[in-house]
Design a protein around this ligand. Structure first.
Ligand SMILES: [Zn+2]
Length: 474
């Protein structure tokens, strides 16, 4: 296990180059500056001033009041930057209400960006993704525009900050869009420690997803349902993930060493996705369960729970799935499964499952587009499935899974020590039992990515009772 010094991007890139297998396409980190410090406000002013090079700077934030010690955080940051650069401030949304992280919001923001030298985002995941994608659009529309993007996170709540991807809703459906990583990320640990503790605990949950997602990522490739597996993202994150778990009590209490460990882990997790240009290494079945719960929130007339909190609880469910189902997987059935050959029957099955959530059928049609692709590929992957079954019988996957998938007991203990929820019903917005159950049994149907949920479903394991048993909400 190797400790990574995040501030030294050149050294990180050398490390990545050394880890890459011959011919493997590992993308370098193109973030220019990365600062993590107890007090990083001077560093922020310095980074922005240098990147602006005398040009104008736009600070983007939302309207939520935030504190840093006894100060109003946004006033503090605006005041500090206004002393060193020519600064405009844009608060989102333009109208009343909360900011919705949509592509439309990013398009609106992008319109005036090309005249700025630097855009600075001061906010958490949603605000950052809107600003990140807006800057990306501004450069796409005007390649001569050299707009830098400096990200100043206000909560260590998600893995999104350093990644080259932006998660935004497109016509109401959550989509991962290709974007550009920030030019610089400045983490002020005092700001992150003064965010509500539940935000840092959510970051903890979003990172611990790797404990199961890496197994999904590996198996999807082995079974012929993904186009490339790499050990590099895992190596990049291992040390920080372990350090974060060891400091879980400090995370629970929002003490600086705990907040720092979560901050380092979320920044590395974002990079781990960027180097392979996909989210799979830290986003498997547990993330699909979380997306399903977001999608069905309106049906339950509830607000969406914090992403990372939901993901942490779902990680535990997936880990139980590995423990209870993997050893006795029905390989005969997996090999002879003809699901992909019977698309009409599969579509009817999907429609009957989603009818209650989606009476109009519009969402189901969108879901089917992704699922149909997965099934078609499944039908084509029959040879790979037979190879997978033979290797599974020979015990060839045990070592990898033993090293890369954490036992549910260890995950439960880590979440408890960090003060993070272990059950969906204990989330900041509690999930009703029926929806939690549906997420376990059906969420793998909503996305094209192949995860453990698909493996358990296609091998006939994931029935209602099995879902109940790994949900273990009682
Ligand atoms: Zn996530």
């Amino acid at each position: 296990m190797e400790r990574i010094d995040l501030a030294d991007i050149t050294a990180v890139n050398e490390r990545l180059g050394g880890w890459a297998a011959p011919g493997e396409d590992i993308r370098p980190i193109i973030i220019e500056r990365l600062v993590i410090a107890d007090d990083a406000l001077d560093a922020l002013a310095d980074v922005v001033r240098r990147m602006a090079g005398g040009g104008r700077v736009l600070l983007v934030c939302d309207r939520t009041p935030m504190r840093r010690g006894s100060d109003d955080l946004k006033h503090l940051v605006v005041d500090r930057l206004a002393r060193v650069v020519s600064l405009d401030v844009r608060r989102l949304p333009d109208g009343p209400g909360e900011l919705h992280p949509s592509r439309e919001a990013a398009q609106q923001l992008a319109a005036g960006l090309a005249s700025y030298a630097v855009v600075v985002s001061v906010g958490s995941g949603s605000l950052t993704d809107v600003a990140k994608y807006a800057r990306h659009l501004a450069i796409e529309r005007n390649p001569a525009a050299d707009v830098k993007f400096v990200c100043f996170p206000t909560a260590a709540s998600v893995t999104a900050y350093t990644s080259a991807l932006a998660v935004l809703t497109v016509s109401g459906v959550k989509r991962t869009l290709a974007s550009r990583p920030p030019s610089a990320v400045v983490c002020d640990l005092r700001t992150l420690a003064d965010a509500p503790p539940i935000m840092t605990q959510a970051g903890f949950g979003d990172v611990i997803a790797r404990s199961v997602a890496y197994g999904d990522y590996y198996l999807a490739n082995e079974i012929g349902m993904d186009d490339g597996f790499s050990t590099v993202p895992g190596r990049l994150l291992t040390w920080a993930e372990q350090d974060m778990i060891e400091r879980a009590e400090d995370v629970a209490a929002s003490r600086l060493p705990g907040v720092r460990s979560v901050a380092e882990a979320i920044l590395l997790a974002g990079m781990a996705m960027s180097v392979v240009n996909q989210t799979a290494p830290i986003s498997g079945w547990e993330h699909v369960m979380s997306h399903f719960l977001d999608m069905t929130a309106a049906f339950d007339a509830r607000e969406q729970a914090l992403h990372g909190g939901q993901v942490g609880a779902a990680t535990l469910v997936s880990a139980r799935g590995y423990e209870r189902a993997w050893a006795n997987l029905d390989l005969e059935r997996l090999c002879s499964d003809t699901g992909g050959d019977n698309l009409d029957g599969e579509r009817q099955r999907l429609e009957s499952m989603f009818r209650r959530y989606d009476p109009s059928g519009a969402m189901t049609a969108e879901i089917w587009r992704d699922y149909e692709r997965k099934l078609t590929r499944w039908a084509r992957a029959a040879d790979a499935r037979r190879r997978f079954a033979a290797q599974k019988r020979a015990g060839e996957y045990e070592e990898f899974l033993g090293r890369n998938v954490r036992p549910s007991e260890a995950i439960a203990t880590a979440l408890a020590r960090a003060g993070a929820p272990r059950r969906f019903r204990d989330l900041d917005r509690p999930i009703p039992a029926a929806s939690a159950h549906a997420a376990v049994q059906f969420s793998h149907l909503i996305r094209a990515r192949f995860t453990l949920g698909d493996l358990l479903d296609r091998s006939g394991w994931l029935n209602a009772r099995a879902a109940e048993s790994i949900l273990a909400e009682a």
